[in-house]
Design a protein around this ligand. Structure first.
Ligand SMILES: Cc1cc2nc3c(=O)[nH]c(=O)nc-3n(C[C@H](O)[C@H](O)[C@H](O)COP(=O)(O)OP(=O)(O)OC[C@H]3O[C@@H](n4cnc5c(N)ncnc54)[C@H](O)[C@@H]3O)c2cc1C
Length: 447
């Protein structure tokens, strides 16, 4: 093999086996660092010959730890991070191990973006294959809605291309079905023009949350609201940001971030109006360069945190849901834990629910409950807080979840992750991976 192999006796083993979430301290038999498509093919064939369980690692950010494994092989794509842009065709090609920052920097050189997530060290692969939510989703759709073509290595060790015209069933499944169908070595995306995002960030005490979230609900439910407007509110403790008064730091409250992905002057006017209307205790309105915004959370959500997450979709921020959220917000432990309310709709809902494997097109809000902490002894409390919060809000949710925000407890819960697209996904899985070689993911059992 030309692959760089790292086993337990290698000096790099302890560094190389780490993944983003410190909860998953696993000891693979082998880490296969791939730098070419041929390396990936060779690794898959070798793993199957040797009967090794396969974990595939793109950016390593799987919160349930799917990209590592005890005693098996980690096929790591860290030597495949190349990105190229064709500005005339408005197309970007990223290799399967690229990180969001690799894509963002290459695209911004041409004043362009690929809509993806919000933390630049996240892997493009896992994020895209699950759907891809982020700050541009209402304007340009999910990441998969800009995906044009995929090159992947199948369970049989063959290299195939999937697009609207080549293996269209496989292409359908790859857009939301996760890493179930093979190892993606290349993603081809459509790009969009954008360089600056006006942002309103503001903070309210918990007592104001019903008023602010009632307004959020009104704005997002109004069909006249432009898709350029993205509304995100977080129950979290005040962070030491330059605009945050010192006495609010460490106090549970409601942080709201409203972003505008259209004309900058128009956005700033609109956000200043919203700031005045929402009357927060602290706020800032600024035009922010895209790359600055995309890296603003990198340090807070750094490698090596302990993390646990649960999530679901809500049709509306009803007064009952908000009341439950406030009660859980009061009990926040870690400075980094939060309940995120992410507005959906806009371009996401333009795509019919069965057009891709991602079925959650009509939900209005994604409710994400990630707890992150640094001291392992806080683990029991943080896990209990996430589970308690999820149990409290669950009656208000639609029963499905975003596969990229689900924890390992739910790994076998195919219905929750894939809902109405599960039946067809199982058929595609049976065709491309009948032996379920790629099962360390939100797994789809072959039909
Ligand atoms: C700090 C942080 C921020 C996040 N922000 C967002 C966000 O803004 N929006 C969002 O939608 N999600 C977000 N997520 C969730 C993220 O989408 C998932 O964790 C995703 O799985 C990460 O992809 P990865 O390649 O880094 O992960 P990995 O752990 O490498 O892989 C995740 C899954 O994908 C599979 N996989 C990895 N590479 C490949 C490949 N090349 N081919 C086939 N399968 C592969 C793995 O086997 C595994 O099942 C965030 C997660 C974290 C930890």
């Amino acid at each position: 093999m030309t692959v760089r192999l790292v086993g337990p006796d290698h000096p790099d083993y302890d560094t190389d086996r780490r993944v983003w979430n410190a909860m998953h301290d696993r000891r693979p038999a082998l880490i296969a660092h791939c730098g070419s498509v041929a390396d990936v093919v060779e690794s898959v064939r070798y793993a199957r010959e040797q009967g090794l369980e396969i974990a595939v690692r793109g950016g390593g950010h799987s919160m349930p730890g799917f990209s590592t494994v005890d005693d098996g092989i980690v096929i790591a794509l860290d030597g495949l991070r190349g990105v190229s842009v064709d500005p005339d065709r408005r197309v970007l090609v990223a290799e399967g191990g690229a990180l969001l920052g690799d894509v963002d920097r290459a695209a911004q050189e041409h004043g362009m973006v690929v809509p993806a997530g919000v933390i630049s060290h996240t892997g493009v692969a896992g994020l895209t294959l699950g759907g891809g939510v982020g700050r541009l989703m209402r304007r340009f759709g999910l990441t998969i809605d800009s995906l044009l073509e995929v090159e992947l290595v199948t369970a049989a060790g063959e290299v195939v291309t999937a697009s609207a015209t080549e293996h269209p069933d496989l292409f359908w499944a790859l857009r939301g079905g996760g890493g179930n169908f093979g190892i993606v070595t290349k993603f081809t995306y459509r790009t969009h023009e954008l360089t600056t995002i006006p942002v309103l960030a503001c903070f309210h005490p918990l007592a104001d949350a019903p008023r602010v979230l009632a307004r959020a609900q009104e704005v997002i439910a109004d069909p006249a609201t432009p898709r350029e407007l993205l509304w995100t509110s977080f129950f979290r403790k005040g962070h030491p940001l330059p605009w945050m008064p010192a006495d609010l730091v460490g106090t549970p409250g409601l942080m709201t971030v409203i972003e505008w992905s259209g004309d900058v002057a128009e956005g700033l006017r609109l956000l200043e109006k919203l700031r005045d209307e929402l009357a927060p205790v602290a706020a800032t309105v600024d035009p922010v360069p895209f790359l600055t915004l995309q890296t603003a959370g990198d340090e807070m959500f750094r490698h090596g945190l302990y993390t646990y997450v649960k999530a679901g979709f809500a049709d509306a921020l009803t007064p009952d849901l908000v009341a439950d959220l406030i009660e859980r917000g009061r009990l926040l432990g870690s400075e980094i834990s939060q309940i995120e309310l992410l507005a959906q709709g806009g371009a996401i809902a333009d795509v019919p629910a069965d057009a891709t494997a991602y079925p959650h097109r009509s939900a209005s809000w994604l409710v994400n409950i990630p707890a992150s902490w640094t001291d392992p002894t806080d683990g029991d409390d943080e896990l209990a807080w996430v589970r308690g919060t999820y149990a409290a809000v669950r009656p208000h949710l639609d029963g499905t979840s975003y596969s990229n925000f689900m924890d390992a407890d739910e790994a076998s819960d195919e219905q929750t992750a894939y809902g109405s697209t599960l039946r067809r996904l199982r058929q595609v899985k049976a065709e491309w991976d009948p032996a379920n070689v790629f099962h360390l993911n939100q797994n789809i059992k072959p039909a």
